[in-house]
Design a protein around this ligand. Structure first.
Ligand SMILES: *[C@@H]1O[C@H](CO)[C@@H](O)[C@H](O)[C@H]1NC(C)=O
Ligand SMILES: *[C@@H]1O[C@H](CO)[C@@H](O)[C@H](O)[C@H]1NC(C)=O
Ligand SMILES: *[C@@H]1O[C@H](CO)[C@@H](O)[C@H](O)[C@H]1NC(C)=O
Ligand SMILES: *[C@@H]1O[C@H](CO)[C@@H](O)[C@H](O)[C@H]1NC(C)=O
Ligand SMILES: *[C@@H]1O[C@H](CO)[C@@H](O)[C@H](O)[C@H]1NC(C)=O
Ligand SMILES: *[C@@H]1O[C@H](CO)[C@@H](O)[C@H](O)[C@H]1NC(C)=O
Length: 757
């Protein structure tokens, strides 16, 4: 039975290589509903190209559930809007520039016009369809900065479209992060309408920000009225051409035709730029199908074709391409759409957040989208130049929030050590990092963390500079200290590269400051030594390593406990091993993360810990075993992500498992795991390719590394460098088998901050 299956799989594998490369339509493997439920919060609507500004989809209400991406699988639809985030937690952001179709004349456009669904929503890359209970069918397609709504109304009643500019996604969590509508301007304009809406707040506590729209219908309405009102009470509802103000404003268009199409352009700059975006990208009479085809071919050509595997297993293909898709829905490329300043540099917003992304999403972003990645790094630096600080998170063109350190430092360091140069001004890049490391950001008086800035930079810098650790006078003191250490390691790397030796020395020392929180006497489950809160007089605070208090903004550890944060010194592992008590204790400590069910595959601070076995001679197979365990919490279905997608952080994690490597951000080191496929090819651009093969085993039952050749040469290390396989491409040929072997007898991975030991 087993033997027969293996044989069949091999046969299918060969067929599929030809199949996949021959027709080149990888979009067929992507379930746009992957990770949309169970806390994944991924956006299933139309994103017509990687990094597109427009994310067009339904806005759903269901009791008090927050609809982070607008979508919820059940509940009623109360609009279809042009902008969303993907995979975020905290509170919903955007859900603006909406339309809502209604059967019949509309007596009060301020009333609840939501509709249940007649059937489940359907979607593919570039296409979305909702069938409403009242018989209306809405089909959506888009481009980067415009969208197309195609409505089919039931016969026999007037067909109305309501535009309520006050429409914005609500939050019911009561955390003070709900968005507010501020004011709007709505004007009838030739064959449609234009104007703008202004909104504020959200998770990043943004001040007022404005989005402009320009909309054209393909039919002439029999009636059009503007409205204005507060709550559900109308102040006016008549034929005047323009309404504006802080009341709810908008318009109602009624048609006799059953098929109505509207084209919508948006812009952060002006209504006329919204019209330009619309007319350039979706000219009159553009068919929905042509937009869908274009979106598919863009995703195929620009993204999916970069990664090819030899597998006929549809679950694998779906998980692979669905995960790649989930990585590039945000950030948004807003070049030429920056309302804040004029610059020749590229501009990207919707970072959500580098706290989530810096471990494994940004290193894979660089590999799969090198052109965009360079633009993205330039944009981070340009934000510093004009706004004062690089973001850890940014949306609606406003920095915020900062959960831990200034992790743009890690991202820049990673780009620097991996040779990203192009048009990046690295002197500016380094200055941006020094701002993070030296300049206390003004306190934005966040009620959740009133001690210091949650907007940008490192709010707890005064303690960091004074004591070399962070006292409990600052919230999240321990987890911030752990992250500040990694941030300072990033500064060390770039300073060293730029020949700033005194700075390099200083920041290398500072990168070791996580050690100042290490209480060797703090114990838990057979282990001593954990990072704990520390007072100004130097004494440690008693701490249960299994507890993080509330794990939130006001606590000593953010979103994970001391066990997890005590493993977070990826630049200083030799020291960490020594502190923990040597190799055997170190192995046991990683084991305990799993045995005690501390490890959470869905939370980023723990992402790297399962693979640190590679730092112990003869234990690489345990990293492989953990990798396979983690993989079980993923699939291509709606609940197929173990946590929030977090802008693709979660998806990039499983992709590295498939590749069989794990990045250490800010270093050129990649830890070796065990690849999934007989063959995987990654196109690195400029004719370079990384080709990874496995023979002798399989991903499910015989996955332990028996031997490895890198670029044709026998390999005995548990790690490779950027230069070995990515800089000029390369090959990795694995032999896999059912039992662990002691194949990796060579040098251990580097611990660059541990040199003082
Ligand atoms: C809808 O309103 C129009 C005038 O605005 C009117 O002529 C028509 O009879 C109304 N239709 C229905 C079904 O109420
Ligand atoms: C609203 O838009 C119209 C047309 O673009 C413009 O003339 C008017 O000044 C705007 N009103 C406000 C309050 O912004
Ligand atoms: C209206 O749209 C429906 C559904 O897309 C389509 O079947 C029908 O042919 C269209 N009718 C007209 C008159 O275009
Ligand atoms: C980002 O947008 C700008 C302006 O539209 C464009 O020139 C640039 O090519 C885009 N970047 C990528 C990676 O597509
Ligand atoms: C740890 O405990 C020992 C024994 O009680 C004590 O001598 C030592 O000072 C403690 N170390 C720290 C750092 O508190
Ligand atoms: C590991 O491989 C290197 C390079 O081939 C070789 O020089 C070294 O002796 C090997 N080490 C062990 C312990 O086999």
């Amino acid at each position: 039975m087993i033997r027969f299956r293996v044989g069949l799989q091999c046969l299918l594998a060969n067929l599929s290589v030809q199949l996949v490369s021959a027709q080149g339509d990888y979009t067929q493997y992507v379930n746009v509903f992957q990770g949309t439920t169970g806390g994944g919060n991924r956006f299933p609507g139309v994103v017509a190209a990687p990094f597109a500004m427009v994310k067009l989809g339904p806005d759903v209400q269901s009791g008090n559930a927050d609809a982070y991406s607008g979508y919820l699988p059940s509940g009623s639809i109360w609009g279809f809007s042009m902008m969303h985030e993907s995979g975020t937690g905290g509170a919903p952001k955007y859900g603006v520039v909406s339309q809502m179709p209604v059967v019949g004349n509309v007596s009060n456009p301020l009333a609840d016009l939501s509709q249940g669904r007649a059937s489940e929503d359907q979607g593919q890359i570039g296409y979305y369809k909702s069938s409403l209970a009242n018989g209306i069918v809405v089909e959506l397609a888009a481009t980067e900065r415009a969208g197309l709504y195609q409505y089919s109304f039931p016969q026999g009643s007037p067909a109305s479209i309501v535009v309520d500019v006050s429409h914005v996604l609500p939050s019911f969590r009561g955390l003070g992060w709900e968005q507010h509508y501020s004011n709007a301007n709505f004007t009838f304009y030739s064959d449609g309408y234009q104007g703008s809406g202004t909104y504020n707040n959200g998770w990043n506590l943004s001040p007022d920000w404005e989005i402009f729209f320009c909309v054209r219908f393909n039919q002439k309405p029999v009636s059009k009225k503007t409205f204005q009102g507060t709550g559900t009470t109308l102040t006016s509802y008549d034929s005047r051409d323009q309404v504006s103000g802080t009341e709810r404003v908008g318009g109602v268009f009624t048609f006799t035709e059953t098929n109505v199409t509207s084209r919508v352009g948006i812009s952060f700059i002006s209504s006329s730029q919204a019209c330009n975006n619309l007319d350039r990208e979706i000219p009159d009479r553009t068919s929905l199908q042509s937009l869908v085809d274009r979106a598919k071919s863009r995703w195929n050509n620009e993204v999916f074709s970069k990664v090819q595997i030899s597998s006929a297993n549809s679950a694998d293909l779906q998980l692979l391409y669905g995960s790649v898709y989930g990585m590039f829905l945000i950030p948004s490329n807003l070049t030429e759409e920056n309302p804040g300043w004029t610059s020749t540099e590229p501009y990207y917003s919707d970072q959500f957040t580098l706290w989530d992304l810096h471990r494994c999403q940004t290193p894979l972003f660089q590999i799969l989208q090198p052109v965009a990645y360079e633009e993205y790094v330039r944009a981070l630096i340009d934000i510093w130049k004009h706004d004062g600080y690089m973001p850890d998170a940014r949306s609606s063109n406003f920095n915020g929030r900062v959960q831990g350190g200034s992790n743009a430092d890690n991202v820049l360091a990673d780009a620097y050590v991996k040779g990203v140069r192009g048009a990046i001004n690295w002197e500016d890049g380094y200055s941006a990092m020094v701002t993070d490391a030296e300049k206390v950001p003004p306190n934005n008086n966040d009620p959740k963390a009133p001690d210091s800035s949650t907007k940008e930079g490192r709010g707890a810098l005064p303690d960091w500079l004074k004591y070399g650790y962070i006292t409990p006078s600052f919230t999240r003191a321990v987890s911030r200290a752990v992250e500040y250490s990694a941030n300072d390691f990033g500064l060390y790397q770039v300073a060293k590269g730029l020949g700033k030796e005194a700075d390099a020395e200083k920041y290398l020392k500072r990168s070791r400051n996580w050690r100042n929180h290490w209480d060797p006497n703090c114990s838990s489950n057979g282990h001593s030594g954990f990072v704990v809160p520390r007072l100004a007089d130097g004494s440690f605070v008693a701490q249960n390593p299994l507890s993080c208090g509330g794990c939130y903004w006001g606590d000593a550890y953010y979103e994970d406990n001391p066990w997890v944060y005590s493993m977070n010194a990826p630049h200083d592992i030799a020291t960490l091993k020594q502190y923990i008590g040597g190799d055997d204790k170190f192995v046991d400590r990683i084991n305990k993360l799993f045995d005690l069910k501390i490890f959470n595959a869905g939370n980023e601070p723990g992402f790297t810990s399962p693979f640190l076995y590679n730092f112990v001679p003869g234990k690489q197979h345990l990293s492989v075993q953990r990798s396979r365990e983690i993989s079980k919490s993923y699939n291509s279905g709606p609940s197929g992500l173990p946590g929030n997608s977090d802008a693709g952080a979660m998806e990039s994690n499983i992709l590295w498992q498939m590749i069989g490597l794990w990045p250490l951000t800010g270093q050129t080191t990649f830890l070796i795991l065990s690849p999934w496929f007989p063959e995987m090819k990654i196109n690195l651009g400029n004719g370079r390719e990384l080709k990874i093969t496995t023979t002798g085993g399989n991903k499910d039952t015989a996955f332990y590394v028996q031997s490895l050749k890198v670029n044709g040469k026998q390999w005995n290390k548990t790690w490779v460098t950027w230069q070995d396989i990515f800089e000029n491409g390369g090959t990795m040929d694995f032999v896999l088998g059912s039992n662990p072997t002691d194949w990796a007898t060579g040098e251990l991975p580097p611990s660059p901050a541990s040199g003082d030991q």
